[in-house]
Every structure is written in C-alpha cells, then in structure tokens.
Design a protein around this ligand. Sequence first.
Ligand SMILES: *Cc1c(COP(=O)(O)O)cnc(C)c1O
Length: 438
Amino acid sequence: MECSIDSAGIAAAQASQPTVAETERFDGIDLLTLGNAIATPFYAYSANAIRQRIADLQQALAGMDAVVCFAVKANPTLAILQLMAKAGLGADIVSSGELRRSLRAGIPASRIVFSGVGKSDAEIAEALDAGVGRFNIESVDELAALQRIAHQRGAIARAAVRINPDVDARTHGKISTGKAENKFGVSIDEARQWFADADRRGNVRLDGLHMHIGSQILELEPMRQALQRLAAFWRELTKDGHRIDSIDVGGGLGVVYRKEHDRPIELQGYVQAMKEALVGFEGRVILEPGRYLVAEAGVLLTRVIRTKGNDERRFLVVDAAMNDLLRPSLYDAWHDIDKVASDEGGTRPRVAYDIVGPVCETGDTLATARMLPPCAPGDLLAVRGAGAYGASMSSTYNSRPLIAEVLVDDGCYALIRRKQSFEDMVAGEQAATSWRAL
Ligand SMILES: *Cc1c(COP(=O)(O)O)cnc(C)c1O
C-alpha cells in the first residue's frame, strides 16, 4: 500500500544509510531501518500479524455463535483497539479507563464485557450508563452492588457469574487464576445459590457463565477440564429451569516466547474441546483472548548503551529496562532476543550475554546468558513477543518516560503513541503550597 501516513522518517533513514544491507522484514519494513528512524527504545507492532491472529481465530470459530472480546489489558493503545474494532471484535475490560479506551476506539458497548474482582460503584454506574453488554461478577458483594446501582438507575444489568473451576492451568503462579486459592470467581456451590436467589434481584438478569483460568496456557488438558466443569454446571442450571444465554470461556491461550521450546495449544483442538463440552448449547460463546492476538505481533527495539564484563559475566546494558518491559522481572519470563544486524556478527563465535537495563535494581534483567553475536555499543536488539503486557505494564520508574509505540502495516509505519516528554511525565505534580485542614 501507499503510505498515506508519515513515512518521511523511513525515507530519510534509508537515504542516510545507503550502505546498510537489508535485515529482517517486519510487516514490510526493514527492521534495522525502522530502528534507525525512531529513537530507541520503542515498541513496534505488526498490523498484519494481529489481523492474521484474528482471522485464524475467527476461522476456527466459523459456524459457532461466538464473539471474540479482546482483553484490553494486554495492549490498550488506541490504535490497537481500533484495529480490533475494525475487525468486529468486542472488548474484555477491567476498569473505567479500559471502558473509555474501548468506546473511544469504536468498540460498541454491547460488545464489551466487564471483568475484575474490584469494580468500584462508580465504575459499575459508568458501565451501566454506557450500556456494556455484560458484567462478569466475581463475588456476592459485587452482585448486591450491581443490583443496588442498577435499581437506582432504573436499569437492568446483564450478568454472568465467574466460576472458579478449581483447575490448575499449569502456568506461572502469578498468572494462574482458576484454583480455589486464587482470588478470582466463586465456587460452583456458591454460584448455584446465586441462581436460586435470582428472583430477589429484579435489576440483574443473571443469565451467563464465565471463567478464565489463567494466562499463557500451553496445555489443552486444563482448559478441557475447566470447560467440562463449566458445561456440567450449565446443564444442571438448565435442568433447574434457569436460562443461560452466554458462556464466556475466558482467555489464556499461550504463545511462543521461546522458539522451538513453547508449543501453543492448537486452535482446532481448543475449539473442538469447546464444542464437545458445550454440545447442545444454543446461546452465545464469548472468548477473551489478549496475549494470543497481540504478543507475537510486537517487538521491543532497544540499543546497546554499554558493554561490560567481569570474570564471570558479559553484560549488555541496553536502553530499555524493567519499567518498559516488566515481564522478565515480574514473572521470570523468557523473551527471545536477537541482534538486528546485516552481518549478524559474521563468523565470529557467539557470546553469552546478560542483557540488563539502566534501572537501579538487580531485577532489571531482560535476559541472562543469551548467546548472541558479539555486540558493541550502538547495536540494535529486538526483544520478541513484546506485543502483550509490554507497554501496558510499563511505568516511569527511575523517572524514565513511557516509550513510543509504532504500528507497522505493509511497509508503512505510524507513530501510535509518542514517547512521553519530561513535562508529560510530571504533569499533575505540584509543589505543596495549598494546604488544607480537616
Ligand atoms: C487477563 C484476562 C484475560 C486475557 O488473558 P490472556 O492470557 O491475555 O489471553 C481474559 N479474561 C480475563 C478475565 C482476564 O483477566
């Protein structure tokens, strides 16, 4: 396609680097050239890679009454949400901020589901007024709050109960959500009671079931087990005369962070397990994938600032840090990292590097003992699988401004979030001059 959006930067970079040989193509753009056009560190996302994931999922679901609600927390940048809106996706949100982003991106309120254990009264009211499609309810207190707030507004809220199916998703402990000891959802025993008492809540139409057992799940078996528990409960409720219009199976599909190591669940098998568990169900199935749609479509481009070493280790100090990409520090997560260079180091032997950021924490380590071609200050590195829970979990720790995000589409790129300026970062702060007494 012709770049209607600013591609002058790329053209300029190409002109100024006429001798640079081609490196990897990232959605039609040479990655090294992109890295030279924009100040590092920054996130780049491939629009075509995201569209491909959406298409794969929609194809696997063909023939089912299914709605895909993108889990906004994975990547809430407006241009990414606009891409989801354009493909007809809904949104799974967990806050008022995500609600507003989704609406602003053009996702219809009717396709928004509101999850989360701690929705405030104000958030519930705002979501009711916006007309969100469904509230995924996580506790009896929240159910009572929804009834009270909907009653005050003369509204009828549609709700699903989030079931905690008590299965072990066999993923990282911090992203496992479907065990009885986790804070999420309620037991089937408790949910049964909610349906038995449904008549007492005239402003809540409880006609959905929901679950989400964890994230980065690479095995089908826990998914299948959870689906079967959910389905058994649906059958029981139906037999007891309760009408269930929607079953939300959550997100959690794992992706490849480590090539030739991570083996994601095959979509066909996943959808098949869903169909088998829900045979006879005539309502709508909702899916809430986050990571699956965007993780592998993103890279974090970062440059080596310094190299240093001692008897034990070789370090690459890069310009991206834990505040930009928290996953390695928070979850010990692995991200493949490659040097972006035309010669890739030639025939020189690879070196084991610890790749660390400038933040003053030992935990500010993106990777340890990675075999890379010899690197020098100024070299560009690509951190893979950075499209989900990358920018969205970033912070300004060490007073490092939030970094830029770029969308690449068929050889063109567009800045979708500019790097925060110092003034952006301190906006909202002020000297303690207006003191008040209570
Ligand atoms: C985080 C979350 C998701 C998305 O999880 P992924 O692993 O990114 O697919 C879906 N549903 C709920 C309720 C969540 O909290």
